[in-house]
Each structure stands twice: as structure tokens, then as C-alpha cells.
Design a binder for this molecule. Structure first.
Ligand code: GAR
Length: 204
């Protein structure tokens, strides 16, 4: 599990009773609340401060070596707020998941909720996808949609989207753990199931 801050998606995954073991939680920010939560749960919580390693490529090698020490089957980016180098992505491709707070391919990058409101779109959401070298454009595992209301602020919209993030990220990790995700021509197929890879907010 890689994170940089609050760690609410990590928490949602940790509490979802999934058939997984979280072998390590690593943050590039030593003060991340997510690390504190990991310690409370008795998980290996590791800080690798990127500000001490100004060279991105060199830092990513350190990070990748630390991850491999724990031999994970899957690397989960849960609010990891640093762009990863192509070499890092190549090393973990196919077992690297990310959550992004928009309905990709709309609004890659930062400030997604602000931009969604500014565009006047009526439906917004979040996406779990495999990470590829193409920033915020990897194969999509699952998405959830929420309404955008006329009086929404970015914070209100972010909170509505976050609730859905906490639903779909554990679901995506479960599917991966069950060996049900297959990538074919850049698209993710869900094996042996009639479950939907799109989720609509049930709130009115
Ligand atoms: C989440 O909203 C996640 O989608 C976003 O950061 C937040 C982390 O919250 N990720 C990105 O913007 C990645 N580009 P959390 O630390 O409480 O899980």
C-alpha cells in the first residue's frame, strides 16, 4: 500500500474483510495520517521521505526495492501523490492499481472536483485503474458515478465522491485477489461473473 496523506482509502480496504494480507504501508511523507493508522493496526508502516532524495528516478528505485522486500502480489496506490517514473511503472505493471477522483478519461491530474464544477458537468465520480506509463489513463477496473448539484462546493463534491471511492477500491482489490481481472487490448475484463464494473450512487 502506497500513500501520501490521510489514508482513508487504505483504511476502507483494510476494514473490508478482503482475502488479502497487507504486507506493508509505505508513505513518501513521514507525517501521513495513513502511516499512523497502519501502526495502530500493527502493520509494517514505512516512511521514505522523497524530499531527502531529490532525484525522482533514484527515489523510485529505493521505493521499488523497499516494496519488493515485502514481496507483494499487488501494489495499491491509495492517495500516493507523486508521479511515478516509467522504470518504476514497468517494474510493477499489471500489479499496480490506482484510484483517481474523476470518471477517467475525464479530468486526469489534480483539482478534479473544482474542474468538474467549473465545466458544469452533471455527473462526476471516481475510477480504479491499472497504472501504465500514460498518466491517469491505464485500463479501467471499476468506476462509480455521483450527481453534481447546483450548489456544490469542491469539498462537498469531493466528500460525495470519496464515499464511492471507499466502495469501489475494496471491490477492485477483491477482484484482483480472486484472480478475476484480465487485461486484454488495454481493457479490463471481469472473469466469471455478472457483476457490474459500474456503480451508481444510490443517494438522491
Ligand atoms: C483520494 O480522493 C484519491 O482518489 C486521490 O487522493 C485522495 C486520497 O485520499 N488520489 C489522487 O488524486 C491521485 N491522483 P485518502 O488518502 O483519504 O485515501
Amino acid at each position: 500500500m502506497l500513500l501520501s496523506g490521510r489514508g482513508s482509502n487504505f483504511q476502507a480496504i483494510a476494514e473490508a474483510r478482503l482475502p488479502i494480507e497487507i504486507v506493508a504501508v509505505i508513505s513518501n511523507r513521514p507525517q501521513a495520517a495513513g502511516l499512523e493508522y497502519a501502526r495502530e493496526r500493527g502493520l509494517a508502516a514505512i516512511a521514505l521521505d522523497h524530499t531527502e532524495h531529490p532525484d525522482r528516478e533514484a527515489f523510485d528505485v529505493l521505493l521499488a526495492d523497499e516494496i519488493e522486500r515485502h514481496q507483494p502480489d499487488l501494489v495499491v496506490l491509495a492517495g500516493y501523490m507523486r508521479i511515478l517514473s516509467p522504470a518504476f511503472i514497468a517494474r510493477f505493471e499489471g500489479r499496480l492499481l490506482n484510484i483517481h477522483p474523476s470518471l477517467l478519461p475525464m479530468f486526469p491530474g489534480l483539482k478534479t472536483h473544482e474542474r468538474a464544477i467549473a465545466e458544469g458537468i452533471k455527473i462526476h465520480g471516481c475510477t480504479v485503474h491499472f497504472v501504465t506509463a500514460d498518466l491517469d489513463h491505464g485500463p479501467i477496473v471499476i468506476q462509480a458515478a455521483v450527481p453534481v448539484r447546483a450548489d456544490d462546493t469542491p469539498d462537498m463534491l469531493a466528500a460525495r465522491v470519496l464515499q464511492q471511492e471507499h466502495r469501489i477500491y475494496p471491490q477492485a482489490v477483491r477482484w484482483f485477489a480472486e484472480g478475476r481481472l484480465a487485461i486484454h487490448h488495454g481493457r479490463v475484463n471481469l472473469k466469471d461473473d455478472s457483476a457490474s464494473q459500474s456503480v451508481f450512487s444510490t443517494e438522491r
